[in-house]
Design a protein around this ligand. Structure first.
Ligand SMILES: *[C@@H]1O[C@H](CO)[C@@H](O)[C@H](O)[C@H]1NC(C)=O
Ligand SMILES: *[C@@H]1O[C@H](CO)[C@@H](O)[C@H](O)[C@H]1NC(C)=O
Ligand SMILES: *[C@@H]1O[C@H](CO)[C@@H](O)[C@H](O)[C@H]1NC(C)=O
Ligand SMILES: *[C@@H]1O[C@H](CO)[C@@H](O)[C@H](O)[C@H]1NC(C)=O
Ligand SMILES: *[C@@H]1O[C@H](CO)[C@@H](O)[C@H](O)[C@H]1NC(C)=O
Ligand SMILES: *[C@@H]1O[C@H](CO)[C@@H](O)[C@H](O)[C@H]1NC(C)=O
Length: 354
Protein backbone atom coordinates (compact mmCIF):
# COMPACT_ATOMS: atom_id res chain seq x y z
CA UNK A 1 0.00 0.00 0.00
CA UNK A 2 2.61 2.47 1.06
CA UNK A 3 4.53 3.36 -2.07
CA UNK A 4 1.68 2.62 -4.39
CA UNK A 5 -0.06 5.71 -3.18
CA UNK A 6 2.95 7.94 -3.01
CA UNK A 7 3.47 9.74 -6.25
CA UNK A 8 1.13 11.30 -8.73
CA UNK A 9 3.68 10.70 -11.47
CA UNK A 10 5.64 7.64 -12.35
CA UNK A 11 9.24 8.70 -12.90
CA UNK A 12 10.29 9.38 -9.37
CA UNK A 13 12.52 6.44 -8.66
CA UNK A 14 14.28 6.50 -12.01
CA UNK A 15 14.95 10.19 -11.50
CA UNK A 16 16.52 9.54 -8.12
CA UNK A 17 19.01 7.14 -9.66
CA UNK A 18 20.52 9.88 -11.82
CA UNK A 19 20.88 13.61 -11.41
CA UNK A 20 18.05 16.12 -11.27
CA UNK A 21 16.91 15.95 -14.86
CA UNK A 22 13.29 15.08 -14.29
CA UNK A 23 11.01 18.04 -13.75
CA UNK A 24 8.11 15.67 -13.24
CA UNK A 25 8.53 15.85 -9.48
CA UNK A 26 8.95 19.63 -9.24
CA UNK A 27 6.41 20.17 -6.52
CA UNK A 28 5.88 20.57 -2.82
CA UNK A 29 4.15 17.54 -1.37
CA UNK A 30 3.46 17.53 2.34
CA UNK A 31 1.24 16.21 5.10
CA UNK A 32 -1.27 18.38 6.95
CA UNK A 33 -2.87 16.70 9.96
CA UNK A 34 -6.34 17.30 11.26
CA UNK A 35 -6.76 20.71 12.91
CA UNK A 36 -10.49 20.35 13.60
CA UNK A 37 -13.57 18.69 12.07
CA UNK A 38 -16.62 20.92 12.35
CA UNK A 39 -19.41 22.76 10.54
CA UNK A 40 -17.66 26.03 9.79
CA UNK A 41 -16.94 27.66 6.44
CA UNK A 42 -15.40 31.13 6.80
CA UNK A 43 -15.23 31.54 2.99
CA UNK A 44 -18.72 30.53 1.87
CA UNK A 45 -20.65 31.15 5.10
CA UNK A 46 -18.59 33.60 7.17
CA UNK A 47 -20.02 34.29 10.61
CA UNK A 48 -22.40 31.33 10.46
CA UNK A 49 -21.96 29.22 13.58
CA UNK A 50 -22.94 25.88 12.02
CA UNK A 51 -22.40 25.97 8.25
CA UNK A 52 -24.48 23.84 5.89
CA UNK A 53 -22.25 20.77 6.07
CA UNK A 54 -19.30 19.29 7.91
CA UNK A 55 -15.70 20.01 6.88
CA UNK A 56 -12.33 18.64 7.84
CA UNK A 57 -9.87 21.48 8.22
CA UNK A 58 -6.06 21.50 8.32
CA UNK A 59 -3.37 24.18 8.62
CA UNK A 60 -2.92 27.26 10.82
CA UNK A 61 -4.78 27.47 14.11
CA UNK A 62 -6.23 30.92 13.39
CA UNK A 63 -9.00 29.12 11.48
CA UNK A 64 -12.21 30.74 12.67
CA UNK A 65 -15.91 31.29 12.10
CA UNK A 66 -15.08 34.45 10.12
CA UNK A 67 -11.77 35.15 8.38
CA UNK A 68 -11.98 38.46 6.51
CA UNK A 69 -9.36 39.09 3.81
CA UNK A 70 -7.83 41.68 6.15
CA UNK A 71 -7.05 39.02 8.75
CA UNK A 72 -3.44 37.93 8.91
CA UNK A 73 -3.20 34.17 9.51
CA UNK A 74 0.56 34.57 9.71
CA UNK A 75 0.18 36.83 12.76
CA UNK A 76 -2.88 35.18 14.31
CA UNK A 77 -1.78 31.53 14.14
CA UNK A 78 0.53 30.11 16.77
CA UNK A 79 0.96 26.73 15.06
CA UNK A 80 0.21 24.80 11.89
CA UNK A 81 -0.72 21.16 11.40
CA UNK A 82 1.25 21.10 8.13
CA UNK A 83 4.86 19.96 7.76
CA UNK A 84 6.19 23.31 6.55
CA UNK A 85 6.20 25.57 9.60
CA UNK A 86 5.92 28.73 7.46
CA UNK A 87 2.63 27.51 5.99
CA UNK A 88 -0.23 28.86 8.10
CA UNK A 89 -2.75 28.48 5.28
CA UNK A 90 -6.03 26.68 5.81
CA UNK A 91 -7.20 23.86 3.58
CA UNK A 92 -10.55 22.14 3.90
CA UNK A 93 -12.84 19.63 2.20
CA UNK A 94 -16.08 17.78 2.80
CA UNK A 95 -16.05 14.69 5.03
CA UNK A 96 -16.95 11.14 3.96
CA UNK A 97 -19.50 9.02 5.83
CA UNK A 98 -20.50 5.37 5.55
CA UNK A 99 -24.28 4.86 5.53
CA UNK A 100 -25.35 1.56 7.10
CA UNK A 101 -28.32 -0.51 5.98
CA UNK A 102 -30.18 0.74 9.07
CA UNK A 103 -29.73 4.32 7.88
CA UNK A 104 -27.16 5.45 10.45
CA UNK A 105 -23.88 7.12 9.49
CA UNK A 106 -20.27 6.71 10.58
CA UNK A 107 -17.41 9.01 9.61
CA UNK A 108 -14.73 7.32 7.48
CA UNK A 109 -11.24 7.66 8.92
CA UNK A 110 -8.55 9.57 7.04
CA UNK A 111 -5.20 7.86 6.81
CA UNK A 112 -1.67 8.92 5.97
CA UNK A 113 -0.56 9.04 2.36
CA UNK A 114 2.44 6.99 1.19
CA UNK A 115 5.68 8.01 2.89
CA UNK A 116 4.01 10.57 5.17
CA UNK A 117 3.33 10.57 8.91
CA UNK A 118 0.16 12.34 9.95
CA UNK A 119 -2.99 12.17 12.05
CA UNK A 120 -6.03 12.42 9.77
CA UNK A 121 -5.98 15.39 7.42
CA UNK A 122 -4.81 15.54 3.84
CA UNK A 123 -1.81 15.73 1.53
CA UNK A 124 -1.19 19.14 -0.05
CA UNK A 125 0.68 19.75 -3.31
CA UNK A 126 1.95 22.92 -4.96
CA UNK A 127 3.01 21.94 -8.46
CA UNK A 128 5.30 24.05 -10.68
CA UNK A 129 5.24 23.99 -14.50
CA UNK A 130 6.24 20.76 -16.17
CA UNK A 131 8.57 22.53 -18.63
CA UNK A 132 11.04 23.06 -15.80
CA UNK A 133 11.60 26.75 -16.64
CA UNK A 134 8.39 28.78 -16.57
CA UNK A 135 7.79 30.56 -13.30
CA UNK A 136 4.58 30.84 -11.38
CA UNK A 137 3.44 33.48 -8.92
CA UNK A 138 2.50 32.97 -5.29
CA UNK A 139 -0.86 34.17 -4.00
CA UNK A 140 -1.23 37.35 -1.92
CA UNK A 141 -2.10 37.54 1.78
CA UNK A 142 -5.89 37.31 2.14
CA UNK A 143 -6.28 35.26 -1.05
CA UNK A 144 -8.82 32.44 -0.99
CA UNK A 145 -10.55 30.21 -3.56
CA UNK A 146 -13.05 27.42 -3.93
CA UNK A 147 -13.21 24.58 -6.45
CA UNK A 148 -16.16 22.28 -7.09
CA UNK A 149 -19.69 22.67 -5.80
CA UNK A 150 -21.36 20.87 -2.90
CA UNK A 151 -24.65 21.02 -4.86
CA UNK A 152 -23.33 19.39 -8.03
CA UNK A 153 -24.66 15.90 -8.83
CA UNK A 154 -23.76 15.95 -12.54
CA UNK A 155 -20.66 14.14 -13.75
CA UNK A 156 -20.17 16.53 -16.69
CA UNK A 157 -19.86 19.47 -14.29
CA UNK A 158 -17.08 17.95 -12.16
CA UNK A 159 -14.03 20.25 -12.46
CA UNK A 160 -10.75 19.32 -14.14
CA UNK A 161 -8.76 16.79 -12.11
CA UNK A 162 -11.29 16.28 -9.37
CA UNK A 163 -11.79 12.52 -8.99
CA UNK A 164 -11.69 9.38 -6.84
CA UNK A 165 -9.23 6.52 -7.06
CA UNK A 166 -10.25 2.99 -6.05
CA UNK A 167 -7.04 1.50 -4.62
CA UNK A 168 -6.43 -2.20 -5.10
CA UNK A 169 -9.19 -2.59 -7.68
CA UNK A 170 -6.90 -3.27 -10.65
CA UNK A 171 -3.58 -5.14 -10.85
CA UNK A 172 -0.52 -2.97 -10.36
CA UNK A 173 1.15 -2.16 -13.68
CA UNK A 174 4.90 -2.81 -13.17
CA UNK A 175 5.68 -0.07 -15.69
CA UNK A 176 3.60 2.40 -13.72
CA UNK A 177 3.71 1.20 -10.11
CA UNK A 178 2.22 4.35 -8.56
CA UNK A 179 -0.80 4.35 -10.82
CA UNK A 180 0.13 7.42 -12.81
CA UNK A 181 -1.23 10.93 -12.74
CA UNK A 182 -4.31 11.55 -10.64
CA UNK A 183 -7.61 11.22 -12.48
CA UNK A 184 -6.08 9.50 -15.53
CA UNK A 185 -5.79 5.97 -14.13
CA UNK A 186 -8.03 3.01 -14.93
CA UNK A 187 -8.99 3.01 -11.25
CA UNK A 188 -10.06 6.69 -11.28
CA UNK A 189 -13.65 7.85 -11.55
CA UNK A 190 -15.17 11.30 -11.27
CA UNK A 191 -17.68 10.08 -8.71
CA UNK A 192 -17.37 7.74 -5.76
CA UNK A 193 -16.31 4.21 -6.83
CA UNK A 194 -19.19 1.81 -7.38
CA UNK A 195 -17.35 -1.18 -5.89
CA UNK A 196 -15.58 -1.93 -2.59
CA UNK A 197 -11.98 -0.70 -2.91
CA UNK A 198 -9.61 -3.25 -1.33
CA UNK A 199 -7.08 -0.56 -0.25
CA UNK A 200 -9.34 2.42 0.27
CA UNK A 201 -10.39 5.47 -1.72
CA UNK A 202 -8.43 8.62 -2.55
CA UNK A 203 -10.15 11.90 -3.29
CA UNK A 204 -8.12 14.23 -5.51
CA UNK A 205 -9.09 17.88 -5.78
CA UNK A 206 -7.13 20.24 -8.06
CA UNK A 207 -7.55 24.02 -8.24
CA UNK A 208 -7.42 26.21 -11.36
CA UNK A 209 -4.20 28.11 -12.10
CA UNK A 210 -4.93 31.39 -13.94
CA UNK A 211 -5.46 34.28 -11.52
CA UNK A 212 -6.51 37.85 -12.24
CA UNK A 213 -3.51 38.83 -10.15
CA UNK A 214 -5.27 41.26 -7.82
CA UNK A 215 -8.55 39.90 -6.43
CA UNK A 216 -8.24 38.18 -3.09
CA UNK A 217 -11.72 36.72 -3.55
CA UNK A 218 -14.81 37.00 -5.76
CA UNK A 219 -18.55 36.75 -5.12
CA UNK A 220 -18.64 33.04 -6.00
CA UNK A 221 -15.10 32.54 -4.64
CA UNK A 222 -14.16 31.13 -8.08
CA UNK A 223 -14.34 33.81 -10.80
CA UNK A 224 -11.00 35.38 -9.90
CA UNK A 225 -9.12 32.18 -10.76
CA UNK A 226 -9.86 30.12 -13.88
CA UNK A 227 -8.42 27.40 -16.14
CA UNK A 228 -6.07 27.93 -19.11
CA UNK A 229 -7.89 28.95 -22.30
CA UNK A 230 -6.71 25.82 -24.06
CA UNK A 231 -4.54 22.96 -23.04
CA UNK A 232 -3.99 22.52 -19.32
CA UNK A 233 -1.57 23.54 -16.61
CA UNK A 234 0.40 20.40 -17.49
CA UNK A 235 0.73 21.41 -21.16
CA UNK A 236 1.54 25.03 -20.28
CA UNK A 237 -1.80 26.13 -21.72
CA UNK A 238 -2.06 29.92 -21.99
CA UNK A 239 -4.01 31.90 -19.40
CA UNK A 240 -6.76 34.26 -20.62
CA UNK A 241 -5.90 37.99 -20.78
CA UNK A 242 -8.41 38.63 -17.98
CA UNK A 243 -6.53 36.20 -15.71
CA UNK A 244 -2.93 36.45 -16.90
CA UNK A 245 -1.11 35.44 -13.72
CA UNK A 246 -0.01 31.80 -13.61
CA UNK A 247 -0.09 30.32 -10.14
CA UNK A 248 1.20 26.99 -8.86
CA UNK A 249 -1.27 24.14 -9.23
CA UNK A 250 -2.65 23.49 -5.76
CA UNK A 251 -3.90 19.95 -5.27
CA UNK A 252 -5.24 18.02 -2.27
CA UNK A 253 -5.36 14.29 -1.74
CA UNK A 254 -7.56 12.77 0.94
CA UNK A 255 -6.95 9.10 1.78
CA UNK A 256 -10.12 7.50 3.11
CA UNK A 257 -9.82 4.27 5.13
CA UNK A 258 -12.99 2.80 3.63
CA UNK A 259 -11.72 -0.79 3.95
CA UNK A 260 -13.36 -1.26 7.35
CA UNK A 261 -16.72 -1.05 5.53
CA UNK A 262 -15.91 -3.42 2.63
CA UNK A 263 -17.89 -6.39 3.96
CA UNK A 264 -20.54 -7.07 1.29
CA UNK A 265 -23.14 -7.77 3.98
CA UNK A 266 -22.86 -4.11 5.04
CA UNK A 267 -23.49 -2.73 1.53
CA UNK A 268 -26.91 -1.61 0.32
CA UNK A 269 -29.13 -4.44 -0.88
CA UNK A 270 -29.92 -2.53 -4.10
CA UNK A 271 -26.27 -2.78 -5.22
CA UNK A 272 -25.47 0.91 -4.81
CA UNK A 273 -22.36 2.04 -2.93
CA UNK A 274 -22.69 3.12 0.71
CA UNK A 275 -20.50 6.23 1.02
CA UNK A 276 -21.87 9.78 1.15
CA UNK A 277 -20.20 13.14 1.49
CA UNK A 278 -21.18 15.33 4.41
CA UNK A 279 -23.47 17.49 2.26
CA UNK A 280 -25.58 14.37 1.61
CA UNK A 281 -23.96 13.58 -1.75
CA UNK A 282 -23.87 9.86 -2.59
CA UNK A 283 -22.51 10.51 -6.11
CA UNK A 284 -19.18 12.16 -5.27
CA UNK A 285 -19.76 14.74 -8.02
CA UNK A 286 -20.16 17.38 -5.30
CA UNK A 287 -16.55 16.98 -4.16
CA UNK A 288 -15.18 20.45 -3.44
CA UNK A 289 -12.39 22.16 -1.54
CA UNK A 290 -11.47 25.51 -0.05
CA UNK A 291 -8.10 27.24 0.10
CA UNK A 292 -7.09 30.20 2.23
CA UNK A 293 -3.53 31.41 1.64
CA UNK A 294 -1.37 31.89 4.72
CA UNK A 295 2.33 31.42 3.91
CA UNK A 296 4.72 33.62 5.85
CA UNK A 297 6.52 36.38 3.94
CA UNK A 298 7.88 35.17 0.61
CA UNK A 299 8.25 31.53 1.72
CA UNK A 300 5.98 30.09 -0.96
CA UNK A 301 7.47 32.21 -3.76
CA UNK A 302 10.94 31.17 -2.63
CA UNK A 303 9.96 27.50 -2.81
CA UNK A 304 8.36 27.93 -6.22
CA UNK A 305 11.39 29.76 -7.62
CA UNK A 306 13.68 27.07 -6.23
CA UNK A 307 11.53 24.44 -7.97
CA UNK A 308 11.44 22.29 -4.87
CA UNK A 309 11.38 18.65 -5.97
CA UNK A 310 9.92 15.67 -4.10
CA UNK A 311 13.10 13.68 -4.59
CA UNK A 312 15.47 16.43 -3.42
CA UNK A 313 13.95 17.86 -0.22
CA UNK A 314 17.39 18.99 0.93
CA UNK A 315 17.43 21.56 -1.90
CA UNK A 316 14.14 23.12 -0.84
CA UNK A 317 14.52 26.41 1.11
CA UNK A 318 11.66 25.81 3.52
CA UNK A 319 11.65 25.11 7.26
CA UNK A 320 10.24 21.70 8.14
CA UNK A 321 8.81 20.97 11.59
CA UNK A 322 8.71 17.51 13.12
CA UNK A 323 5.74 15.24 12.46
CA UNK A 324 4.95 15.30 16.17
CA UNK A 325 4.88 19.10 16.27
CA UNK A 326 2.59 19.25 13.25
CA UNK A 327 0.27 16.59 14.67
CA UNK A 328 0.09 18.44 18.00
CA UNK A 329 -1.45 21.52 16.36
CA UNK A 330 -5.21 21.20 16.89
CA UNK A 331 -8.13 23.43 17.70
CA UNK A 332 -11.26 22.82 19.78
CA UNK A 333 -14.48 22.78 17.74
CA UNK A 334 -16.61 25.91 18.04
CA UNK A 335 -19.73 24.08 16.91
CA UNK A 336 -20.66 21.53 19.54
CA UNK A 337 -22.22 18.42 18.02
CA UNK A 338 -21.24 14.79 17.52
CA UNK A 339 -19.46 14.03 14.25
CA UNK A 340 -18.16 10.54 15.12
CA UNK A 341 -19.69 7.25 16.14
CA UNK A 342 -22.98 6.05 14.67
CA UNK A 343 -25.13 9.09 13.91
CA UNK A 344 -28.85 9.07 13.14
CA UNK A 345 -28.35 11.94 10.65
CA UNK A 346 -25.49 13.73 8.94
CA UNK A 347 -24.31 16.80 10.91
CA UNK A 348 -26.57 19.68 9.85
CA UNK A 349 -29.33 17.13 9.06
CA UNK A 350 -28.48 17.02 5.37
CA UNK A 351 -30.68 14.47 3.60
CA UNK A 352 -28.90 12.03 1.28
CA UNK A 353 -29.87 13.18 -2.18
CA UNK A 354 -28.53 12.16 -5.57
C1 LIG B 1 18.41 11.62 -16.72
O1 LIG B 1 19.54 11.70 -17.52
C2 LIG B 1 20.27 10.49 -17.60
C3 LIG B 1 21.57 10.76 -18.35
O2 LIG B 1 21.34 11.56 -19.47
C4 LIG B 1 19.39 9.44 -18.29
O3 LIG B 1 20.08 8.21 -18.37
C5 LIG B 1 18.13 9.26 -17.47
O4 LIG B 1 17.26 8.38 -18.13
C6 LIG B 1 17.43 10.59 -17.25
N1 LIG B 1 16.36 10.39 -16.31
C7 LIG B 1 15.16 10.89 -16.51
C8 LIG B 1 14.17 10.56 -15.47
O5 LIG B 1 14.85 11.56 -17.47
C1 LIG C 1 -12.00 33.81 16.53
O1 LIG C 1 -12.58 35.08 16.39
C2 LIG C 1 -13.02 35.63 17.64
C3 LIG C 1 -13.78 36.90 17.33
O2 LIG C 1 -13.03 37.75 16.53
C4 LIG C 1 -11.81 35.84 18.53
O3 LIG C 1 -12.23 36.33 19.80
C5 LIG C 1 -11.09 34.50 18.72
O4 LIG C 1 -9.92 34.69 19.45
C6 LIG C 1 -10.77 33.89 17.38
N1 LIG C 1 -10.23 32.55 17.59
C7 LIG C 1 -9.08 32.15 17.05
C8 LIG C 1 -8.71 30.74 17.32
O5 LIG C 1 -8.38 32.86 16.35
C1 LIG D 1 -26.75 0.23 12.47
O1 LIG D 1 -25.86 -0.56 11.71
C2 LIG D 1 -24.49 -0.52 12.11
C3 LIG D 1 -23.69 -1.31 11.08
O2 LIG D 1 -24.23 -2.56 10.88
C4 LIG D 1 -24.39 -1.05 13.53
O3 LIG D 1 -23.05 -1.03 13.94
C5 LIG D 1 -25.23 -0.14 14.42
O4 LIG D 1 -25.17 -0.61 15.74
C6 LIG D 1 -26.66 -0.10 13.94
N1 LIG D 1 -27.40 0.87 14.72
C7 LIG D 1 -28.64 0.66 15.14
C8 LIG D 1 -29.26 1.78 15.91
O5 LIG D 1 -29.22 -0.37 14.91
C1 LIG E 1 12.35 31.99 -12.99
O1 LIG E 1 12.76 32.48 -11.74
C2 LIG E 1 14.11 32.16 -11.45
C3 LIG E 1 14.38 32.57 -10.03
O2 LIG E 1 14.00 33.91 -9.82
C4 LIG E 1 15.01 32.86 -12.48
O3 LIG E 1 16.36 32.52 -12.23
C5 LIG E 1 14.61 32.37 -13.87
O4 LIG E 1 15.37 33.08 -14.84
C6 LIG E 1 13.15 32.59 -14.13
N1 LIG E 1 12.81 31.91 -15.37
C7 LIG E 1 12.17 32.52 -16.36
C8 LIG E 1 11.89 31.67 -17.55
O5 LIG E 1 11.84 33.69 -16.33
C1 LIG F 1 -3.78 26.42 -28.08
O1 LIG F 1 -4.49 26.58 -29.28
C2 LIG F 1 -3.66 26.87 -30.38
C3 LIG F 1 -4.54 27.16 -31.57
O2 LIG F 1 -5.51 26.15 -31.72
C4 LIG F 1 -2.71 25.72 -30.64
O3 LIG F 1 -1.86 26.02 -31.70
C5 LIG F 1 -1.91 25.49 -29.39
O4 LIG F 1 -1.08 24.36 -29.56
C6 LIG F 1 -2.80 25.29 -28.19
N1 LIG F 1 -1.96 25.24 -27.00
C7 LIG F 1 -2.04 24.24 -26.14
C8 LIG F 1 -1.13 24.33 -24.97
O5 LIG F 1 -2.80 23.30 -26.25
C1 LIG G 1 -21.49 28.42 18.41
O1 LIG G 1 -22.52 27.53 18.74
C2 LIG G 1 -22.19 26.70 19.84
C3 LIG G 1 -23.27 25.66 19.96
O2 LIG G 1 -23.07 24.72 18.92
C4 LIG G 1 -22.04 27.55 21.08
O3 LIG G 1 -21.70 26.75 22.16
C5 LIG G 1 -20.92 28.55 20.82
O4 LIG G 1 -20.82 29.43 21.92
C6 LIG G 1 -21.20 29.36 19.57
N1 LIG G 1 -20.01 30.15 19.28
C7 LIG G 1 -20.06 31.37 18.76
C8 LIG G 1 -18.75 32.03 18.52
O5 LIG G 1 -21.11 31.94 18.50
Amino acid sequence: MQWKTLLPLSLALSARATHKNSTAQDMLRFACSQLVVERLDPIVQPGVNGSAHLHQIVGGNSFNISMPTTDDPMALSTCTSCSYSEDLSNYWTAVLYFRARNGTFKRVSQVANGGLVQRGGITVYYITPYDGVSNVTSFLPGFRMLVGSPFNRNEAAVPYQVCHRCFGSIPVDPANPYGGRPCLGDDDTAGLPAIPCPEGIRTTITFPTCWDGTSLDSADHKSHIVYPTNGTFETNGPCPSTHPMRTPQVMYEVMWGTQEFNDASLWPVDGSQPFVYSMGDPTGFGSHADYLFGWKGDALQRALDARCNIMYPEDCPLAVQSDDTAMACTQPAVVHEPVDGWLAALPGNNPVSA
